[in-house]
Design a protein. Structure first.
Length: 266
């Protein structure tokens, strides 16, 4: 995506160090941000196989991804919804990607958890490697013609899959689809997505439901954080040899699950 240049005399937008975009003239590879206490290490980039979308090579050697939403102090104190930001780490807590929502203030305040959004996911080379797009839908609508979905692109502009809510009477059900809209996996929600001292699990199964492929879990983060913020932590588990694009689609599904079940309105 193209970046606009600042107007004369205007200060360029500053992204937090280690979290988001950095100016192109700075160091291209960031293993650890110097001088920032508590900053996380980035996962070193493995060699990319032929035909792999740029940036997805990080997913080759992982069978578990951790997604940590950052707590926004301004949001906690004022109740004004901010753009969500997420750290995406491997099982050794090395940061693999950083994700940031891109919506305007009016949309966030008026549409709440059902808002449409664009989500940019970048790697340690500061490349946008995955782009998520969620259209506006009626949240909690029981009508089959108005169900949730999210589109996953990698590289940005090239669709690799979709996650689409299927109409059911009680348990939530999300269908994982490839770029041609063919179903490849299912995500099955619990009867009640509320957590009280325990994780909430969303099993990932084959399309016919006969075999379990993986698991998306919303982790319990403690009473104080659960009560006063809507910042959620997730874990994704999948087979090590799963197609690399399917891993990216499952990662995109986590953000739809977060907004559908765990993002709270003001």
């Amino acid at each position: 995506m193209e970046k606009s240049n600042p107007a004369p005399g205007e200060q360029p937008h500053q992204w937090p160090q280690g979290y988001g975009y950095q100016p192109q003239q700075q160091q291209p590879v960031i293993q650890q941000q110097p001088g920032v206490p508590g900053e996380m290490n980035w996962m070193p980039a493995p060699p990319a196989p032929m035909g792999c979308p740029p940036g997805l090579e990080y997913l080759l050697a992982v069978d578990q991804i951790l997604v940590h939403q950052l707590v926004e102090l301004v949001e906690v104190l004022t109740g004004c919804e901010r753009n969500n930001k997420y750290r995406i780490c491997n099982s050794m807590t090395q940061q693999v990607y950083f994700a940031q929502e891109d919506t305007d203030c009016c949309t966030r305040q008026c549409c709440g958890p059902g808002r449409p959004f664009e989500m940019r996911i970048i790697d340690n080379l500061q490349r946008e490697v995955i782009h998520l797009s969620r259209p506006l839908r009626c949240q909690g609508c029981c009508c089959p013609c108005c169900l949730q979905e999210i589109e996953i692109q990698s590289p940005p502009g090239t669709v690799i899959g979709y996650v689409e809510q299927k109409w059911t009477l009680w348990k939530a059900k999300l269908e994982i689809q490839d770029a041609q809209r063919q179903p490849i996996m299912m995500i099955n929600g619990p009867c009640c997505p509320c957590s009280c001292g325990s994780d909430v699990e969303f099993p990932v199964t084959s399309v016919d439901g006969t075999s379990e492929i993986g698991m998306i879990s919303k982790h319990w983060t403690g009473f104080a954080r659960e009560m006063f913020t809507d910042a959620a932590n997730f874990g994704i588990r999948f087979p090590l040899d799963l197609d690399i694009k399917f891993k990216a689609i499952l990662m995109g599904a986590v953000f739809l699950v977060d907004f559908m079940f765990f993002e709270r309105g003001n």
